[in-house]
Ligand binder design. Sequence first.
Ligand SMILES: [Zn+2]
Length: 326
Amino acid sequence: MTSLPGRVRLATAVLFAILTLNFVVAQDVLKRGADRRANGHDVTAVEETMQEAGPSGQAVVTGNGINYHGGPVLKGNPVPIYLIWYGNWNGTGSNTAATVSLVENYINTLGNTPRELVNTTYGDTTGNVSGNVTVGGAIFDTGSQGTRLRNSRLTAIVQRALSNGLPTDPNGVYMVLTSSNVSEQGFCSSFCGFHTHQTINGTDIKWAFVGNPDRCPSGCEAQTTGPNSPNTGVGGADGMINVIQHEHEETITDPDLNAWFDASGQENSDKCNFNFGATTACTTGSLCSAAGNSAGARFNATHGGNNWLVQQQWENAAGGKCVQHL
Ligand SMILES: [Zn+2]
């Protein structure tokens, strides 16, 4: 049985502008239910409902600007991240095998980094998030649902991936990653990614959508040339990695949309959306790509032999704030 996702958490909004050479970024989150204008796009209001349960359990730390609503978190050590590469990933620009490798290297070297350990400040009544993640599997789908997607087609893509080799895992995070020729309803106009959960094959599957933001660099990329750009102005891989960071953290800490979010409905990553904190410029001899070095692209994390620019995360401790690491 499948059904449309009843509730969807939107990510990473489209609304930001690089204001100065000092990399000051104004950001905002566009949520369904909101009706705002972003970058000249009219954003259609879509109703989002939310059920709240009372907090339960003594082990859960609260009082840090984000509330616990009684639902579970994902506590795998590691949590497997399943990647569904949809569309043409054997193309040009950032739609390449190099992006696939980069994303997989990012996730496979992210576990237990000071950055990922921020998520260990979240838990449920039976324990906390481990801070460890890994790529649990990856599969390609070159276009079973065409190039104009909507939620029902994303569901079909996830279902097909489960039939074609990915495990049916209620404790994992599935990510549908689309190449830049693929459209998705709302992508680039009202969000850069989202996550939800849905019963597929009788199992509660947590999945997220992240599109290649080279489709809309001004809306979903912090910088058009990133630390790992293959060429100047090709920032899609780094842009995706920032949204992947946002979505997988929200999925781990609010997998069924009933665990961690604040009084206005914002999940932890929403509270730090496109907020990067202190950054460093790529320079000759750095771990950045040649294009990243020559553009002086900014980064704020290093692991797996690469520099990365990813948004901060809300720390559920010490009163709560956006941090780059624990
Ligand atoms: Zn979000």
